[in-house]
Design a protein around this ligand. Structure first.
Ligand code: PFF
Ligand code: NA
Length: 452
């Protein structure tokens, strides 16, 4: 019997799962996705996706990890010998993400510092592209940008220390610090944002429902895509984390808590971001629709502009970028843990050896993204990971478990034996039919748009 590491408490596990789920996707992805896909009306497909794919998949991953007490490759192998590779595929995706995630965290940490002096001046876009990233033409890497390199080294050292200290004294402790801090920083931002002049116009734009969007298939695909990415499903993370749960642990309840906390944070972010966008629109005499943006553009171009126009702007900017750093770090730790655990089990090495190899390798690869050409590379890799990698990994996993290994009855029995809430037929129905169909449709749609 191996002596498997364990979480110190239920809260520790929940904080780690939330730490993984709550990330950049909540802050910079959800608000723009919701706005572009029907505003207030988006909440219908979104809730539907949460209940028919997000939480069911989360329950499935939690149950697999808990039942087989293994990270993804070994757990899937124990279910059926032919499925181990699915776990390695998920780990490969996690590895790739873990090489570019720290770059964004590095940018955000520099921007937290820039907030005080407003180093971006009057043209944040040109500052970001030219002065900060020192960008080169697509296709060339140029050299490593020092202002990105140094924060990245610090970030990797922190990730290394957290993972090296293990599940309980490392990951759990880190999340006990990160998550409350994140909540405080972010709540302060939201309170400040909604009390700014113009905030209400922003919120109106965000919540205004476009009911016709509900009839649009691509809106539903966006809802499912957001849920998958946001709940860190299909990456081997949630399987790995639940493998460290004590034998007596509620599975189903924990999945509901994780799912709803993550969505609450998304809603909060939508309110904060759109209140700030409303303020900016009012200041510059634009429509909210003209200033809406997501992703890198929102964080490193639009937000600096907002910050520059705010009273007490240094603090506001600092809190915003600190939130990105905190949210990013806990996701970063979770995603790196997948390959640490996978390698440790597969090659029977100690955790520390595995951390040394895994973090060592990932940190070296990540330097590619710290070069002058890093942003272009990051965009490309992120695009493929988001549009194909994640959906494909989730699709193969759910089809493998539900149809190939016919494992759902066993998993349901296991989850029910430890959980307060018993799984109804919605759970199996979601995993056998709804999730695979939506994921399959998503892949085909993405392929079709890319071909034309
Ligand atoms: N769930 C995170 C978010 O919503 O930002 C993103 C993420 C973290 C995706 C970790 C994948 C991952 F492995
Ligand atoms: Na999330």
């Amino acid at each position: 019997m191996e002596n498997r590491s364990q979480w110190g408490s239920r809260l520790g596990f929940l904080l780690a799962a939330m730490g993984s789920a709550i990330g950049l996707g909540n802050i910079w992805r959800f608000p723009a996705v919701a706005y572009e896909n029907g505003g207030g009306a988006f909440f219908i497909p979104y809730l539907f996706a949460l209940l028919t794919a997000g939480i069911p998949m989360l329950i499935m991953e939690f149950t697999i990890g808990h039942k087989y007490r293994s990270s993804a490759p070994r757990a899937l192998k124990r279910i059926s010998g032919g499925m181990e590779w699915i776990g390695w595929w998920q780990i490969a995706i996690s590895f790739v993400i873990s090489t570019y995630y720290p770059v964004i965290v590095a940018w955000a940490s520099m921007y937290a510092y820039f907030s005080f002096s407003q180093a971006w001046g009057n043209n944040p876009e040109s500052f970001f592209m030219n002065d900060f990233l020192n960008r080169t033409d697509p296709g060339t890497f140029g050299s490593i940008v020092p202002s990105v390199l140094w924060p990245m080294i610090i970030i990797w050292v922190i990730v290394f220390v957290i993972l090296f200290r293990g599940v309980n004294k490392g990951i759990e402790l880190a999340n006990r610090i990160f998550i409350p801090l994140l909540l405080i920083c972010f709540l302060l931002i939201v309170i400040r944002a909604v009390t700014l002049p113009g905030a209400f116009t922003g919120l109106e734009a965000f919540f205004a429902p476009d009911w016709s969007s509900i009839m649009d298939g691509s809106v539903w695909v966006s809802a499912y895509a957001q849920i998958f990415f946001s709940l860190s499903i299909g990456f081997a993370i949630m399987v790995t984390f639940s493998s460290y749960l004590p034998k007596k642990s509620d599975i189903t309840n924990n999945a509901f808590i994780t799912g709803f906390s993550n969505s609450s944070f998304e809603l909060l972010a939508g309110i904060g971001v759109f209140a700030a966008l409303g303020f900016m629109a009012a200041q510059t005499g634009q429509e909210v629709s003209e200033v809406v943006e997501g992703g890198v553009g929102l964080a490193f171009v639009v937000f600096p502009e907002i910050v520059s126009q705010m009273p007490a702007s240094g603090l506001f900017g600092f809190l915003f970028f600190a939130s990105l750093v905190l949210a990013g770090m806990s996701s970063m730790v979770s995603i790196s843990e997948t390959y640490i655990a996978g390698v440790q089990e597969k090659f029977n090495v100690s955790r520390r050896t595995s951390v040394l190899i895994g973090v060592g390798f990932a940190s070296v690869v990540s330097l590619l993204f710290a070069t002058q050409g890093g942003l272009v590379l990051l965009d490309t890799v992120d695009y493929f990971i988001n549009n194909y990698g994640i959906a494909l990994a989730g699709l193969i996993q759910v089809v493998g478990i539900a149809w190939f290994a016919r494992e759902l009855n066993n998993l349901q029995a296991h989850a029910d034996s430890v959980s307060d809430i018993l799984l109804g037929s919605w759970w199996q129905f979601s995993l056998r039919f709804i999730t695979p169909l939506v994921l399959g449709y998503m892949m085909i749609q993405n392929l079709r748009t890319d071909m034309t």
